[in-house]
Design a protein. Structure first.
Length: 214
């Protein structure tokens, strides 16, 4: 017969050898994959490390020179403070004397402040509140004359708002801005003429220099 004769048990031996070789191959493949994963993890960790290192370098090179740790404050460039006087000047309003005076004092106490701009858009309001602000501006200007105060009137700067603006070093307004009216005026209707011919007509009562002029 031409068929090759095999001893009993030889087939099982071959299968065992093949199984061991296959197991070795799987172990080798597993080791290769594990090594690849570990290499990727190391590469990822190094990538994170270099990113952090770059961030630290940029922080040291860019941010630190902008900071001045003397006294625990940041070193900033000189600036001009901007203070808004918007709306009715009255207690408990945004344009109250308390709010405006606090902002003025903060600006003048800042060593980096070179000037103060009062941006005004107000019809006025309480003469008492306006007077507080006026007096404080004059006091601060006398205390630190190097810090100039500029009043900039946008749409409206009347009555108490103009009173506050008059305390500044200079006032700027647009040609169409409504500006003026410091003081008190009252219009009424009464008897006029004292020559024995009593008549009635409009009269004007005003308080303050240059009031009643139109």
């Amino acid at each position: 017969m031409s068929d090759e004769w095999k001893a009993p048990g030889s087939q099982n031996a071959d299968e065992g050898i093949n199984g061991r070789e296959e197991a070795k191959s799987w172990k080798l493949l597993e080791k290769t994959l594990l090594a690849s994963v570990q290499e990727q993890r190391r590469a990822r960790r190094w990538g994170i490390f270099f990113k952090l290192l770059t961030f630290v370098f940029l922080f040291v090179a860019v941010v630190l020179p902008m900071l001045d740790f003397e006294g625990g404050t940041s070193r900033r460039a000189s600036h001009t403070a901007l203070i808004d006087v918007q709306g009715v000047i009255a207690d408990k309003e945004s344009a109250s004397a308390e709010n405006i005076v606090t902002a003025l004092r903060d600006a003048f106490e800042d060593e980096k402040t070179k000037g103060v701009i009062l941006r005004i858009n107000s019809p006025g309001g309480s003469p008492v509140q306006s007077g507080y602000v006026y007096d404080e501006i004059r006091r601060l200007r006398a205390e630190k004359p190097d810090i100039k105060v500029y009043a900039v009137i946008t749409d409206l700067g009347a009555s108490g708002a103009y009173y506050i603006a008059s305390a500044a070093d200079q006032i700027y307004a647009d040609k169409a801005s409504l500006v003026g009216s410091i003081g008190v005026t009252a219009a009424g209707f009464g008897f006029v003429g004292g020559d024995g011919k009593a008549g009635r007509g409009p009269s004007d009562l005003h308080v303050g220099r240059a009031q009643g002029i139109s």
